[in-house]
Write a protein that binds this ligand. Structure first.
Ligand code: HSE
Length: 425
């Protein structure tokens, strides 16, 4: 039997979930793995305001009690945010303590210095719960698929936005209406910006694609568009044309070029990701040898997150040598690989156009001048002021060429209302 003392940095919803799992599963983990896991200290902001289901004698308001206690082997960080969480994790690693975290923001922004501290002291840095909650994507990429060449990671990695888009699609409601309701139900944060503007997904994509492509894909390299501009009309038009709208985090490698982007995306209705609804997360991976695979599960919530975190704790406690991916922990991307913002994909374009002879030809001609070929077109009869809605789905086209074509359209003839990228065909 091996006794392993744990220290918590933070003890809110996630810390409480981990505390309960460790209590409930203590004897089973002891019997199965020979590990006696004990929480020795838990840092909280205020002991009088702390949750009451965790014993008062382990609570502390001093981070030093966790970071410098020689008996604590594993520090579990549940504070959220980049600072002071990253500084505390770095200090724990420098002190030779293994760190387990679910904090995608702190990890994505400080990965280099955290991993450098871990490498120097020989401690482990584990972060399975940082992407997709309970979905074991980090272990899949770093262990199971380590021998493969991964060329695509594409996922629904934000439950809040998937919940909002699912309800908009089902009810035909507008974004603001569904968001307000989701906030009332506690399913969206009072300040939803990090979720709805795609930041949360961008941190997760930075982590996933860095591991998948064995290079550093920093958050500022991730192109990002959130869901605040999505309309019920676009979702309905897409559905009529056989597509489902999702906020996707997409990392692709084509030869020596890498792209990383988060944006609303139309997928064919029969694509596996199209069927992932509500607050569920799912990540679709393609590799030269593994080919297509998809992992699906709960991306948030105290219990699923606790499951992933405790999996890391057990893994760290059982393995003297920390597991790590063959990522080059440089500040900058691998110079042999180029990060591009000129990817190719299909596009859904909705314009409000004059309903008059020659208008369709004028739009098609602009696309043609940029080498963009139209695959499907739908006209919705003339609306107010004699203008019609024209919806185009293009064949694969370059992002830059599409931007040039749209910028060259005369808004009096055809005003661009929506540009949504199409994937998965
Ligand atoms: N806010 C995230 C989501 C969960 O809505 O999925 C934590 O990463």
């Amino acid at each position: 039997m091996k006794t392993v003392n744990l220290g918590f940095l933070g003890c809110g919803n996630i810390g409480g979930g981990v505390w309960h799992l460790l209590n409930e599963m203590h004897d089973e983990i002891l019997a199965r793995d020979g590990l006696d896991l004990r929480v020795k200290k838990a840092l909280v902001l205020s002991i009088p305001l702390a949750r009451t289901d965790v014993p008062a004698e382990i609570l502390t308001e001093s981070a030093e009690d966790v970071l410098t206690d020689p008996d604590i082997a594993i520090v579990c960080e549940f504070m959220g945010g980049s600072h002071p969480a990253a500084d505390f994790m770095r200090r724990a690693l420098e002190n030779g303590k293994t760190v387990v975290t679910a904090n995608k923001m702190a990890l994505a922004l400080n990965w280099h210095s955290l991993q450098a501290a871990a490498d120097k002291s020989g401690a482990g840095l584990y972060y399975e719960a940082s992407v997709g909650g309970v979905i074991p994507i980090i272990r899949a990429l770093t262990v199971s698929l380590e021998a493969d060449r991964i060329d695509q990671v594409m996922g629904i990695v934000n439950g809040t936005t998937n919940y909002i888009l699912t309800r908009m699609a089902r009810e035909g409601s507008d974004y603001a209406e569904v968001l307000a309701d989701a906030q009332k139900l506690g399913l969206a944060e009072p300040n939803p910006e990090a979720d709805v503007e795609g930041m949360d997904a961008a941190y997760k994509l930075s982590i996933m694609s860095s591991i998948a492509f064995h290079t550093r894909v920093t958050v500022d390299c991730v192109y990002r568009e959130g869901i605040t501009g999505v309309t019920a009309e676009d979702i309905a038009c897409g559905r009529e044309m056989g597509y489902t709208l999702k906020l996707l985090a997409i990392g692709k490698r084509r030869g020596d070029t890498i792209e990383a982007r988060v944006h609303p995306t139309f997928l064919p209705a029969d694509h596996p990701l199209s069927r992932v609804d509500g607050s569920l997360n799912a990540i679709f991976v393609h590799g030269a040898y593994c080919q297509d695979m998809m992992l699906q599960g709960r991306g948030a919530g105290d219990k699923p997150t606790a499951s992933a975190i405790c999996g890391d704790i057990v893994c760290a406690a059982l393995n003297e040598r920390p597991q790590r991916a063959s990522l080059r922990y440089t500040e900058q991307p691998d110079p042999a690989l180029t990060l591009t913002d000129d990817w190719t994909c299909r596009f859904f374009i909705r314009v409000s156009a004059k309903d008059a002879p020659g208008v369709l030809a004028a739009v098609a001609s602009r696309f043609g001048q940029e080498g963009i070929s139209i695959a499907t077109m739908l006209q919705k009869g003339a609306g107010v002021s004699g203008r019609a809605r024209l919806i185009f789905i293009t064949h694969e086209a370059s992002e830059h060429a599409m931007r040039r074509a749209l910028a060259a359209l005369d808004p009096d003839i055809a005003a661009v209302e929506s540009v949504i990228r199409v994937e998965g065909e």
